[in-house]
Structures are given as C-alpha cells and as structure tokens.
Design a protein around this ligand. Structure first.
Ligand SMILES: CC(C)(COP(=O)(O)OP(=O)(O)OC[C@H]1O[C@@H](n2cnc3c(N)ncnc32)[C@H](O)[C@@H]1OP(=O)(O)O)[C@@H](O)C(=O)NCCC(=O)NCCS
Length: 157
C-alpha cells in the first residue's frame, strides 16, 4: 500500500491519554534493549518478524518504535528494515488491541520515514488493508501482490 506522509493525523492527544490513564509510553528502543525486543517479537509474532526487528537495531537511531508499560512491551512497529522506505512489521499484543496503540506506533514510524526525507511510504506485506486505509488513508498499489516477500522462507515459531 502507498501512504502519503504530508498530512498524517495528529496523535498527540491519543498519546497523552494512553500515558496519563494507562501509563503507556512510546519510544525508540536503544541497543541495550535489543535482545529483549527481538525475543518478545519472536515469542508473540514470528521468527521472521524477529529477524526484521533485529535488523532495525542496526540503524541509529533504531528504526523501530515500541509501546511500553513499566517493564512490559505492548506493541512494536519497525520501518526501513527489509527495504528502503518500507513500513513494517508491526504488532500489538492481542489483549491490548483496539486501544489506539497500533495507530500511534504506525504514525510515529511514518513520521520518522518522513523525517528521513520521504514524501510517500510503502506498507510492504500488508495484512489488514482496512486498518491502514482507515488509520492513514493508505491506498492499495495495484498488481503488487507479488512483493519482496514472495517465496519467503518462513520459520516456524
Ligand atoms: C494491526 C494491529 C497492529 C492494530 O493494532 P491496534 O492497537 O489494535 O490498532 P488501533 O487500536 O490503533 O486501531 C486504530 C484504528 O484502526 C481500526 N482497526 C484496527 N484493526 C483493524 C482491522 N484489522 N481492520 C480495519 N480496521 C482496524 C480500529 O478500529 C481503530 O479505529 P479508530 O481510530 O476509528 O478507533 C493489530 O491488530 C495487530 O497486532 N495485528 C496482528 C499483526 C498484524 O496483522 N500486523 C500488521 C501486519 S501488515
């Protein structure tokens, strides 16, 4: 999917609300947190996503955002990990979904891509297209079913 980065929605109120009422903070993790974030991604999502997250740590600042409450990770969103200008992978713990965490992570990652100089970003390997369309007005790129993820070697959990 293609996302225009020039008029992303304002998430400051939603972020403030999650912090004040639920103690959730959003941040870019740093190197000493690498194995914790990567292991969490492997445990809750997949080894493939954990590998992409590990690569995100090769950039400084790290090309990833996490949602954190105390010592708990609630969600993550990486960007420019597998291809230039690509958003993803992203995920929120099943019991934390629907609270706006995924959207804040998405927009923070897209804003970081914008700050890198991009005007549009690509959501690669789209799962829930309706989510991206609703959250940031993303549009399907026709004939892109064949992507860089085609023929991916999938690692079992
Ligand atoms: C996709 C995902 C990250 C969304 O996280 P979330 O924290 O539940 O999302 P939010 O609560 O921020 O939802 C933001 C908005 O999108 C909507 N939305 C959420 N999931 C949706 C879906 N699957 N389809 C359509 N709309 C969706 C919400 O209703 C919400 O709308 P609102 O702003 O009007 O309230 C989460 O469902 C997830 O981890 N899914 C499994 C992993 C996955 O599929 N990742 C994406 C791979 S490309």
């Amino acid at each position: 999917m293609l996302v225009r980065l020039l008029d992303l929605p304002d998430i400051s109120e939603a972020e403030k609300n999650l912090f004040e009422n639920h103690g959730v903070i959003f941040k870019r993790p740093i190197s000493p947190e690498k194995s914790i974030v990567v292991d969490w991604t492997k445990k809750h999502f997949s080894k493939n996503w954990a590998d992409e997250t590990e690569v995100a740590f090769a950039s400084k600042p790290v090309n990833c955002f996490i949602a954190q409450r105390g010592q708990e990770i609630l969600g993550f969103a990486c960007f420019e990990s597998t291809a230039k200008n690509f958003f993803g992978p992203t995920g929120v713990l099943t019991d934390q979904r629907g609270k706006g965490i995924g959207k804040i992570l998405l927009i923070k990652a897209l804003m970081a891509l914008k700050n890198m100089g991009y005007t549009y970003a690509i959501i690669g390997g789209v799962g829930p297209a309706g989510y991206y369309e609703q959250a940031v007005g993303a549009k399907i790129i026709e004939k892109s079913e064949k992507s860089i993820y085609q023929n991916l070697l999938k690692q079992p959990k």
